[in-house]
Design a protein around this ligand. Structure first.
Ligand code: MN
Length: 247
């Protein structure tokens, strides 16, 4: 099972969650929201080869943490995965839009200069602007749009630009999310949870709740669970072997 977007460091007891991911043999992309959180979060799973820690600077706190861009630049050579990064066009973050744009475009250009990275990207209420930025910095690497919630037209553009997608139980609980997932290329989808931010059954999602996304995809694709899981595992292997740089 794969959780390609989880915030392990933000659970009340990160060590226990990290250990449980290892016990359950989960593949996890452990994303961070600030460069200063990267080292401590990577240390949580230093003996877990199936957990990768991504270097991030979350758009919702870009205005508070833009001063950490030099740290982002220093850490970038050590990582193959970058996230969570992106833009958030929600009303509560719109007043920090210029900071968000500055941080996101700087991060993309650093990734391009470093030879490209695999990137987990937030695009809430900002799909078009995220796609514009990705188009401008084509060498930044492989973009995985996490919990994509744009329009069908924006989705088609993202597919044309070569984007991948990670979908979780919260996204697939709604008709809109399921309709979007149905149009995503099956060979460019991974599962995620976005725990502990995203909810499942009215509580914070655990990384192993990714199995619920597998179940939803099985319904959407009309394929048995093990066929879906094989497709997802194959996608992850292909992603891992693609030519991006990073340690
Ligand atoms: Mn997230």
């Amino acid at each position: 099972m794969i959780d390609f977007h989880a915030h392990l460091d933000l659970y009340p007891d990160p060590h226990t969650v990290a250990r449980e991911c290892v016990v359950r043999d989960l593949y996890v992309l452990s994303v961070t929201t600030t460069p200063s959180a990267w080292s401590g979060t990577a240390a949580l799973t230093k003996d877990a080869p199936r957990v990768r820690t991504a270097l991030g600077l979350h758009p919702q706190i870009a205005h508070e943490r833009k001063g950490e861009l030099p740290l982002f630049e220093r850490l970038l050579p050590q990582v193959r995965y970058v996230g969570e990064i992106g833009l958030d066009g929600g009303p509560e973050y719109r007043r920090h839009w210029l900071d968000q744009e500055h941080v996101f475009s700087r991060v993309l250009s650093l990734c391009a200069r470093a030879g490209g990275r695999v990137m987990s990207i937030h695009s809430r209420r900002a799909s078009t602007q995220v796609l514009d930025a990705l188009e401008m910095e084509a060498g930044a690497g492989i973009a995985i749009l996490h919990w994509f919630s744009g329009t069908q037209r924006e989705l088609a553009r993202a597919v044309d630009l070569g984007c991948w997608f990670s979908v979780g139980p919260a996204m697939l609980a709604g008709d809109k999310g399921r309709a979007l997932a149905a149009k995503m290329p099956r060979d460019r989808i991974l599962t995620e949870t976005d725990g502990p931010f995203a909810q499942v059954d009215g509580r914070a999602a655990w990384p192993w709740d990714a199995n619920r996304a597998v179940e939803e995809l099985s319904k959407i694709w009309s394929e048995p669970i093990d066929t879906v899981q094989r497709q997802l595992d194959g996608n992850l292997r292909r992603l891992s072997s693609q030519g991006v740089a990073g340690g």
